[in-house]
Design a protein around this ligand. Sequence first.
Ligand SMILES: CC(C)(COP(=O)(O)OP(=O)(O)OC[C@H]1O[C@@H](n2cnc3c(N)ncnc32)[C@H](O)[C@@H]1OP(=O)(O)O)[C@@H](O)C(=O)NCCC(=O)NCCS
Length: 166
Amino acid sequence: MELVTPGQAFEQSYRDYIVELGDEERYPFPLDFEHQDFPTLLARLDNFAKGINLPAGYVPSSTLWLVDRGEILGVTNIRHTLNDAIAHCGGHIGLSIRPSKRGLGLSKVLMAKSIAFLQQRQVNEVHIHCYKDNQASGRTIIACGGRLDSEIEVGDKCVQRYLIRL
Ligand SMILES: CC(C)(COP(=O)(O)OP(=O)(O)OC[C@H]1O[C@@H](n2cnc3c(N)ncnc32)[C@H](O)[C@@H]1OP(=O)(O)O)[C@@H](O)C(=O)NCCC(=O)NCCS
């Protein structure tokens, strides 16, 4: 199992992943990007990683795929830096696991690899945020060393803010 940069070789697996998501809210946000023109999607993801043509309020971020034998099992989006708004709510890492592969411990693998990516980039304090009612997400963060720092209200929901010191 490895973390790979999005590439043409995974087009069919990506399309299957999107079909599996069905009506589920797409998370992290690049899963919402138009993907019918696959090379354009790849270029857009590459631009985000390079900080090119970012919408207002966005910071550079890498989207990486957790892959096993050519199949995309999960998607992570890792922000290289934070601005004040994202440090308040958003954090460094957003990830999801393909619906048919959930409950197998894969989010912990993907989270650990995402944290290692940040460590390689000399980030020494990782911020990870999740909705309090998302138990699987909270447990993933705690299993990967997250310490609950604070809770904030966002709309009518409670967001838990975790920190990991590297
Ligand atoms: C959240 C998500 C990434 C978890 O992925 P997963 O691969 O199924 O999780 P894992 O199998 O690695 O389990 C991680 C932890 O969550 C627990 N868990 C898994 N599914 C759970 C569920 N439905 N309810 C409660 N806890 C659950 C596991 O027991 C494990 O905790 P433990 O280590 O204390 O035993 C996955 O459900 C998902 O992609 N959800 C949609 C996107 C999302 O919510 N992303 C996170 C947003 S912050």
